[in-house]
Every structure is written in C-alpha cells, then in structure tokens.
Design a protein around this ligand. Structure first.
Ligand SMILES: NC(=O)c1ccc[n+]([C@@H]2O[C@H](COP(=O)([O-])OP(=O)(O)OC[C@H]3O[C@@H](n4cnc5c(N)ncnc54)[C@H](O)[C@@H]3O)[C@@H](O)[C@H]2O)c1
Length: 311
C-alpha cells in the first residue's frame, strides 16, 4: 500500500470517499481542493491544501512538502460548468492537468490516476461502445478530457509515466455535484424523500450508461493498486447498467407511492444524455484487473433512498 496519497478534488463527491478508502488501509492522504470546499470530512485528512489547480507553484510546493507516492487527480470542472465557461474549462481541466502530469513525472510521484469520462465519445454511437472507438466529443468537457488522455498516454509511452485512467459513465451519488448535468437522478430521489414533486430535465425514455458511487471509488483504488504488468490497456471503460428516467420514476414510486413527476423533452440536458452511450464494453477492465460492479440499478436506488432518509 502507499504511504502518502495526494488527492486533487479531495473534497468532492468522489474525492472524499477515495480519500477515506486510502485512509482505511493506513495511507496518509493530502487533499487539494478549492478554498470553501472543506467540511467535516476534511478533519480526517493528514493535510488539507486549499488552492486552485491552476496555481502550479502551490501544487509543486505540496508535492515537495508531502512527497506523495500515488496521485489521484480528480479536480475538474464538470459537464455543466464546463459548457458555461469553455475557456476556463480548458485551463482547469486540460492545461493545468497536463502541466500537473509533467510535474508529477519530474518528482517521480508514482502511479497517476486520471478520471476521464464517456463524454469523451461523440454522440449516437452503437452500444456497446468498444474501448478503441474514435473519440470525437461535441462537448467541451469531453474535449478537455481527451486532451489529458492523449498527453497521459504520450508521457507513458515516451517517459514511462505511470498513467492510469478510467472513463466513467454517469455516476449516481448521494453527493451529486451541482455542476454535473447527470445529477438529476439523485435530486429526484431526494425530492421524493422530502415529499416534493420533481421535473426531470430529460425525456422519459432518456438514459445512459451508469455506475453507483461506491463502485467508482472502489475502482479507483483497485486500478491504482493493480500490478502495472497486468494493465494491458492505457485506459479502461467502466459500465454497470443503463436506465431511463421512466425506469427511475417507477423505481421511486415503488418506494414512495405518492411521488409525482414530469419529464422535459428537448432540453440541453436531454440532448446530451440521450446521445451518450447506453453501454460500454468494460471487458478489458474485467480481464486485466478483475473489475466487477457490485451495484445494479435496484441496489443503487436502495442505497440512495437509504442515504436520503438519513440526510
Ligand atoms: N460525477 C460524475 O458523473 C463523473 C463522471 C465521469 C467522470 N467524473 C470525473 O470524476 C472527477 C471527480 O468528479 P466528482 O463527481 O467528484 O465531482 P466534484 O465536482 O464533486 O469534484 C470535483 C472537485 O474538483 C474541485 N475543483 C474544481 N475546479 C478546481 C480548481 N480549479 N482547482 C482545484 N480544485 C478544483 C471541486 O472543488 C470539486 O471538489 C472529475 O474529474 C470528473 O470529471 C465524474
């Protein structure tokens, strides 16, 4: 196991749980995230650095001070916020991530994990999407992630940078970040738990490939700890299940019979989600490092409902 992990975006939806996974096995976690994102979870961290990923001096100072031997790079603008400010998305997600990888290579920080996305694929692909399907995203978020994937693989091939990368589909989470267009399923469940109506920002038959948060955070730990010689791909796609907004409404009504909702056709969110892949071929991850999702659709809804009740 690693002595020290640096987790960027360490106060986020995925970051705080990944940090917890590492801490549970005795790894010291240094969290790096924007000022104002710290919360009670931050108290458990070995160190919390508050700053912007574009501040490369602060990043380098953090590496020199804490000498991490694994880096989990999760700091990112998400799909919605990237579309709202494409220039900043390029600076944060692409340019700063690429500079950061070069810095980690210089300081020999060990495995470098990068969180990519199925939004790197173009629209309307046939399912299941193969790992080597050409990536021509029409959204800026996906474009920034493709740029980092390419540079990561380049540094790996040319300079033996230990680049490890997973493409996640929609992640269902009780801590759904507001900047993600994919947050509506969690918001629907919270609305149901509070006895409120909900307007889905998508049409009833819209859906895409999905994973539950706990499977995502576990996958990050698994790929970081996998033996490098068993990783025959530079990047892996992950998938668990696909559901439509109508499926979700029925699953919620099964648990909250008074839940009422409506759907929205032709919204910007619908336009994106409807055209992203329904299923990805994750067989390479299953073969190389034993990837196996533990949450199907019903198990995910049960977990989210349980969480929304305890909130
Ligand atoms: N949630 C999903 O559906 C999903 C799907 C695919 C990939 N991902 C990727 O997983 C990673 C984590 O996503 P998440 O769901 O935890 O989102 P999140 O928004 O909860 O976490 C991202 C974190 O990055 C931080 N951040 C943003 N800009 C920053 C900056 N300039 N400097 C420093 N920190 C900054 C935010 O404060 C936040 O804590 C991201 O790279 C995201 O692109 C998420």
């Amino acid at each position: 196991m690693f002595e020290t992990a640096l987790v960027t975006g360490g106060n986020g939806n995925l970051g705080r749980l990944v940090a917890q996974h590492f801490e549970n096995v005795g790894t010291k976690v240094v969290s790096f995230d924007l000022p104002g994102t710290e919360g009670v979870h931050s108290n458990h961290r070995h160190a919390v650095v508050l700053g912007d990923i574009r501040d490369q001096n602060l990043l380098e100072h953090t590496i020199q001070t804490h000498k991490p031997n694994v880096v989990i790079h999760l700091a990112s603008m998400l799909s919605g916020s990237s579309e709202a400010n494409a220039e900043m998305a390029w600076e944060v997600n692409a340019s700063s991530s690429i500079q950061f990888m070069r810095m980690c290579l210089k300081h020999q920080t060990g495995p470098f994990f990068f969180a990519s996305t199925t939004a790197t694929y173009g629209p309307d692909l046939d399912s299941p999407v193969a790992l080597d399907t050409p990536q021509w995203p029409e959204n800026i978020y996906g474009a920034t992630k493709v740029a980092v994937e390419r540079m990561g693989v380049y540094l790996k091939l040319r300079q033996r940078f230990d680049f490890r990368c997973l493409r996640f589909p929609m992640v269902l989470s009780p801590f759904a970040p507001s900047g993600a267009m994919t947050a509506y399923p969690s918001h629907a469940i919270i609305a149901a738990a509070q006895g409120k109506d909900f307007v889905f920002p998508v049409a009833e038959n819209t859906g895409m490939s999905t994973l539950y948060l706990n499977d995502v955070t576990r996958s990050i730990v698994e790929i970081c700890t996998a033996n490098l010689t068993s990783l025959h791909q530079h990047i892996y796609n992950l998938h668990s299940y696909m559901f439509t907004a109508k499926d979700l409404a029925a699953a919620i009504q099964h648990r909250y019979p008074n839940f009422t909702c409506s759907f929205t056709k032709n919204s910007p969110t619908d336009e994106l989600i409807r055209r992203w892949p329904d299923m990805l071929d994750d067989s390479a991850a299953r073969q190389d490092w034993g990837w196996q999702p533990q949450y199907d659709f019903e198990a995910t809804i049960d977990a989210l409902v349980k969480d929304s009740i305890t909130k």
